[in-house]
Design a protein around this ligand. Structure first.
Ligand SMILES: Cc1ncc(COP(=O)(O)O)c(C=O)c1O
Length: 361
């Protein structure tokens, strides 16, 4: 028997967006802006920063393994019981716990092809068969996914809105899809970008789907600016949550992550500013892309995915922007060689991107 399972050997490691420091080193330029990883351009929630600063002296202690304070707060905020709430090291951390908790020998998964790469990594490293269903018109093909449901289906993953497309599944589409899902199959509704999408009338708030086989995942990484701390949360039936709590890495999330999460939930002013700034940025960028004749997908998240004629053209644009100190994300490694994803930035960052694009084009 080989030491490393073949399904692990076959994986290629995840390549994140280039860090600012790396570009500085490689190109010898300063004044770099990063519009590549869907981070919050306003920085972290100020209340979260304050809370961490005033708790630094407790960091020699282990965290509360039950995450009581943060789970209690989330339960209150979202009008559920604490037994319906799980927290983890980012929503990806919870996704990993879900895989380890529920997958049995012959179980299979269903996902959308070339959707969120984090799920792809976890699904492929589970060693189980995943049925990848191609998107239709840059959107999840829920009909196609429903057709793939079989006696072995255990986990179905839906990123809503999707990354990297920025498109979303509507209420009607989800309701119809749900009618085909048997109770023994678990649906993960990944709402990492919920706060940016929630005011769109057709967007389904999965808190209205408190079915026994639906897990909602949300994140502090985007709207609250806490990506580097690794803190996310989820809601589900208490039976699912109690089993997740048994399997989760006991002391995740860390103390600063839990403290920051509690404080961020109270930072309504920051949340409001974040959502407004994102709305303004989306509008500005979409307008400017329109004027420049750049094709793009209307976005329900904090990034816009642009479409180019060829892989060469996309790579050329990415490289030229990089030389000018602007990091954006070529989506080749996501399976979309002609696409470039651009995260919304501060006003002046968006402007700099557009003037640079004008020069390049
Ligand atoms: C769809 C989606 N889900 C989850 C995540 C990861 O969130 P977290 O930082 O909470 O693990 C991302 C981050 O890019 C994402 O795009």
């Amino acid at each position: 028997m080989p030491l490393v399972p073949s399904y692990i050997k076959k994986l290629s490691s995840y390549k994140p967006g280039k860090p600012i420091e790396e570009v500085k080193r490689e190109l010898g330029i300063s004044n770099i802006i990063k519009l590549a990883s869907n981070e919050n351009p306003l920085g972290p929630s100020p209340k979260a920063i304050n809370a961490i600063e005033s708790n630094i002296h407790n960091f020699h202690r282990y965290p509360d393994a039950s995450g009581y304070d943060l789970r209690k707060k989330l339960a209150k905020n979202f009008n559920v019981k604490i037994d319906n709430v799980v927290i983890g090291a980012g929503s990806e951390g919870i996704m990993s716990t879900i895989m380890r908790t529920f997958l049995l020998n012959d179980d299979q998964l269903i996902g959308s092809e070339n959707s969120f790469i984090g799920f792809k990594v976890l699904a492929n490293s589970s060693g189980r068969l995943t049925n990848w269903v191609p998107m239709k018109d840059s959107r999840y093909d829920l009909d196609g996914m429903a057709k793939k449901i079989n006696d072995y289906t255990k986990i179905i993953y839906i990123a809503n809105p999707d990354n990297p497309m920025g498109t979303f599944v509507t209420k009607d589409e989800f309701d119809e899809f749900y009618s085909y899902v048997p109770p023994r199959a678990l649906i993960i509704l990944d709402e990492a970008y919920f706060e940016f999408a929630k005011n769109i009338p057709e967007y389904p708030d999965s808190m209205h789907y408190r079915y026994n086989n639906v897990i909602t995942l949300r994140s502090f990484s985007k709207a609250y600016g806490l990506g580097g701390l690794r803190i996310g949360y989820g809601f589900a039936h208490h039976d699912l949550i109690s089993n997740l709590m048994k399997v989760k890495v006991p002391f995740e999330p860390s103390i600063p992550a839990q403290i920051a999460g509690c404080a961020a939930l109270e930072d309504l002013d920051f949340l409001k500013r974040t959502v407004k700034a994102n709305q303004d940025s989306l509008q500005y960028l979409q307008n400017e892309f329109g004027k420049l004749g750049v094709l793009f997908l209307p976005s329900a998240a904090n990034f816009i995915t642009t479409i180019w004629e060829s892989e060469d053209e996309a790579r050329n644009i990415v490289n030229k922007l990089m030389e000018a100190g602007i990091i954006v994300r070529h989506l080749k490694s996501f399976g979309w060689p002609n696409y470039i994803r651009i995260s919304t930035g501060l006003k002046e960052e968006n402007k700099r991107l557009i003037s640079q694009l004008k020069i390049i084009l």
